[in-house]
Design a protein around this ligand. Structure first.
Ligand SMILES: [Zn+2]
Length: 68
């Protein structure tokens, strides 16, 4: 079939990791694509959730400067 010899000729497609910006080879071996690793994938999801929570938590109509 295929993938008998990965380094035979055509280079794998390379994308940029949305989390850290590193080049990621778009290959079947990389199950975390487009991320470079599970860690980056988790970080991205975590940031998304954190921001969501933050928005919900600061839903008060107060000015930025909340000094006494
Ligand atoms: Zn990454």
């Amino acid at each position: 079939m295929t993938e008998k010899n990965p380094a035979a000729g055509a280079a794998p497609r390379v994308v940029t990791c949305p989390s850290c910006g590193r080049p990621v080879e778009w290959i079947a071996e990389n199950r975390y694509r487009p991320f470079c690793s599970a860690r980056c994938k988790g970080v991205d999801l975590g940031a998304w959730a954190t921001e969501k929570y933050r928005v919900a938590a600061t839903e008060e109509p107060k000015p930025e400067d909340q000094s006494e």
